[in-house]
Design a protein around this ligand. Sequence first.
Ligand code: DC
Length: 241
Amino acid sequence: MSEAPPTPENSRAVLAIDGPVGVGKSTVARRVAERLGFFHLDTGAMYRCVALRAMKLPEEKRADGAALRRIAEQSRIDLPEPGVVLLDGEDVSEAIRSEELSAEVAIVADDPGVREVLVARQREIGLRQPAVLEGRDTGTMVFPDAALKIFLDASPASRAKRRTEQLRAAGEAADYEAVLAGLMERDRRDRARPVGALRIAAGARIVDTTNLTEDVAVSLLAAMAQDHPVFAAAAAGAARS
Ligand code: DC
């Protein structure tokens, strides 16, 4: 890609936020989208929907690429409002967050056929309106031409600490060492994926939230977008139409 600064002609009004598990991407992305009045797309929720359907397959079919791709093609996934995920019209917002599914979803996310189908849909959604996309490959594969790319990072220890606190607040008996080990394994898998692996996109700005509050991270990202000529042009276009 050229080194020329992004202009409304050569880039998309998309804020692409990628980063490892437990860094707080979803909450930050949702709040930034709210503040900017942009659509928020949690791309991980789409992989989770396909995994929910895949769990109904017989065990030996769960890693079958053709079967997984078919599921991705045939699943209608809608995100009508923040936090709500509909799969073929059914509200699966909670079902897709179960521990059992979280353990299975990497097989689905590793599949190149599933990724091809979902990346095309993600791109379609992001082209319809100014959007904040969030996941692992939104700045590398989905929108390499995003106007603004952020790699949200934090130390494994701080991510594990936050996650342990969240689980305990939800009444679960969480052990910090076990949470940390699980997180490191998911990081390894996210980085080793043959297609769509987690990595820092060309031109991405790295924001390390280890020592930032969520409020500060949200304000920082929103300010970066507001300062950006591509988003200003999109907002002016929306105001004119
Ligand atoms: O962010 P999450 O935990 O909801 O993501 C669910 C799974 O999908 C996880 O295995 C990472 C994977 N994923 C991906 O491969 N690419 C994305 N753009 C988003 C998520």
